[in-house]
Design a protein around this ligand. Sequence first.
Ligand code: PGA
Length: 246
Amino acid sequence: MKIIEVQDYQQMSRRAAEYIIKKVVQNPSINLGLATGGTPIGTYKCLIEDHQKSGTSYQKVTTFNLDEYIGLSGDNENSYRYFMDNQLFNYININKANTNVPSGIAADFQEECKRYEDLITKHGGIDLQILGIGSNGHIGFNEPGTSFSSKTHIVELEESTIQANARYFNRIEEVPTKAITMGISTIMKSKEILLLVSGEEKREALARLLDGEIIHESFPASVLKNHPCVTIIADKVAIADLKVQC
Ligand code: PGA
């Protein structure tokens, strides 16, 4: 894993956007894996600014999001489809038909999981996956204990995840308790992974990832150590006094 230490959230966002833009320019038909949450918002803002200033084109890009809440349709403002449309897709020249988010309102979720997994495979897999990390070490919505061989599946969210995400809802009771997420093996099949880490509340998770803890399903992000091409962009507050090679 390569680690890039940056000053703060703003710099993390800029570095991440530069990284993504370079890949999109190199491969205009790239398959991007995208994430939601507070971490990538600044990155998406930088992508939009660049698109407006420099005209980087997303016309041929295909995207696959990591996850979606069960029970929320795309027009619900807490859904991840809504998030992606409003934080990124509506402001770049991407073809919406090429943006994929698992459905939170499918009639048959087993079928939806299979459809999503097959769709990624049919497109030749994800070239670059953007990831955040949960304070409990989750990646996507793969909570501790998730099998490393999991494909797209339905999960029960941990209490800590529900609490962390409650800030986006009016009341904690409104936070869905289930989600559909790419599995760990789905994420690990990505050719390249860019993990973004910012803030004090991620310090412990980053320390567990970097401090040589064994690779174990009790800490999902540890699986990334088995991936041949992971870059972490982390800010100073998250890195704290960890000894990292930049
Ligand atoms: P956050 O979530 O970006 O909102 O901190 C990250 C995650 O839970 O994966």
